[in-house]
Every structure is written in C-alpha cells, then in structure tokens.
Design a protein around this ligand. Structure first.
Ligand SMILES: [Zn+2]
Length: 104
C-alpha cells in the first residue's frame, strides 16, 4: 500500500479519490474523520489521505493527481484586480465578487 495524496481540505481528498476511482485505480481514504476529532494530534498528522491498494498504480495515480495539484496552485495563485470597480479578487474567481465583471 502506498499513500498517494493528502490534503488538509477533506474535499480535495475526496476529489483525488474520485479521479482515481474514475480511472479504475484501487484506492481508499485514511483519516477520513480525523479533522472532526483532532484531539491532541498535530494537524499535519490528522490530514485525510488517499492510499493506493497497490503501489504499482503509483505512477499513473500521480500523473492524474498532478492535474489536481495544478488547479490547486492556480487557486492559491495570483489575485487580480477588477478593471471596473478595482476590487481585489482571489485567483480562483472568474468574475469579480463585488460587481460581477469578468476577469480580464
Ligand atoms: Zn468589480
């Protein structure tokens, strides 16, 4: 077994598993409920993780998950300023949250 993905955001972990499921790669989630009951554990240790049942899938899984990582980087990337109202928007917004103007 091999851990292939972990993220503090459980949604990202589910998304990663969906991608692997869709590709027919056997995998499962560990620490699924860790965030709900963190207790004394360090946050890093309680991150939900996606594991492969068989490490032979690793190269394929990593290639698929790279797409998620790319979009993740994009999301946390450069913020932009609306050309209409000059409001600052996060990189993952395609339209201005203030006035609805499209990202240029
Ligand atoms: Zn705007």
């Amino acid at each position: 077994m091999r851990r292939v993905f972990s993220h503090h955001d459980r949604f990202m972990v589910y998304q990663a598993k969906d991608v692997l499921d869709a590709a027919g790669i056997p995998c499962f989630i560990k620490n699924e409920y860790a965030i709900g009951g963190m207790g004394e554990l360090a946050p890093f240790d309680t991150q939900p993780e996606v594991w492969l049942s068989d490490s032979q899938w690793l190269p394929r899984a990593q290639a698929l998950l790279k797409q998620i990582h790319v979009s993740e980087e994009y999301n946390s990337g450069v913020s932009w300023v609306c050309s209409k109202c000059e409001e600052q928007n996060e990189a993952n917004f395609d339209i201005c949250w203030q006035c609805g103007n499209e990202k240029k």
